[in-house]
Design a binder for this molecule. Structure first.
Ligand SMILES: [Zn+2]
Length: 261
């Protein structure tokens, strides 16, 4: 595979037909990020029709290190936070389509109402899915000192790895703000890569500690996914532009002393 070939990563949260997020812990209400079950099925169908093959982040890491090949059109599906519906609704559809995905768990959310249990998370791993860390809590990583960030990275990696008996090799940023020191700290903590919320495509040359992702928002149809992954056309440009603006605003507000929090 050419080192310049684009490798999209999609960021999902909850897959559910329920319009109600009230039962979930306050820090985990996927407003605007929940997709319906049949919509998720449409997304997987659009991937299949477009000739996309789902791979894991560890497959990407192996290919980057020259220890494995990627399929012609690789795409990585990631799920943040650890909603119970990831197991109940997303996993059966992934299995049906022979697809794989990466699930980023927030340690503080496990065993909470509407969120995965430890045994549910283990079942995802046993089904061949990759488990990553989304941190201990779900707080913005802005304005926190290095020791605190190190703890967030190391403790979550160790806790998830020990409880599930699997390697935890990737981290995804809670709330999208990337402290400049985090890539260095994540590497030192033993991770092989870090997913941001910055929109865009990756290649085998992309810094693995600054992987870009396109968020999947409520309302994105199967055709929308196909248009997004095509990387061209007005529909793609509109999504890319909107997400770029949102990301810049988030970065500004997440800055220490900024508007958010
Ligand atoms: Zn999150």
């Amino acid at each position: 595979m050419a080192r310049e070939q684009k490798i999209p990563i999609l960021m999902y949260h909850s897959v559910s037909d329920s319009g109600d997020c009230a039962g979930l812990p306050p820090a985990f209400r996927p407003l605007g990020y929940r997709v319906g079950v049949s919509v998720f099925r449409d997304h997987l169908e659009a991937l299949r029709r477009g000739g996309w093959s789902t791979i894991l982040l560890r497959d990407l890491a192996a290919a980057r290190e020259g220890r494995g090949d990627l399929p012609g059109r690789p795409v990585i599906l990631t799920f943040d936070d650890g909603y119970a519906d990831n197991l109940a609704a997303a996993l059966p559809l992934l299995r049906e389509g022979g697809a794989r995905a990466v699930f980023f768990l927030s340690v503080s959310a496990l065993e909470s109402p509407g969120m995965l249990t430890w045994s549910g998370a283990a079942a995802l791993g046993e089904a061949g899915m990759e488990i990553g860390s989304h941190g201990m809590g779900h707080d913005l990583l802005s304005g926190r000192d290095e020791n605190d960030l190190r703890r967030e990275l190391e403790e979550s990696r160790r806790t998830i790895g020990e409880r599930l008996g699997c390697p935890v090799e990737h981290f995804s940023l809670p709330r999208g703000y990337l402290p400049p020191v985090l890539p260095r700290l994540a590497r030192a903590a033993g991770y092989r890569g870090l997913c941001t919320s910055r929109p865009g495509f990756n290649t085998l040359r992309t810094d693995p500690f600054r992987l870009r992702r396109y968020p999947v928002r409520t309302g994105l149809s199967g055709e929308g996914v196909a248009a997004l992954l095509s990387g061209s056309g007005w529909r793609y440009r509109k999504i890319h532009f909107t997400e770029t603006v949102r990301d810049r605003l988030r970065v500004r507000h997440g800055r220490p002393g900024g508007a958010a929090r």
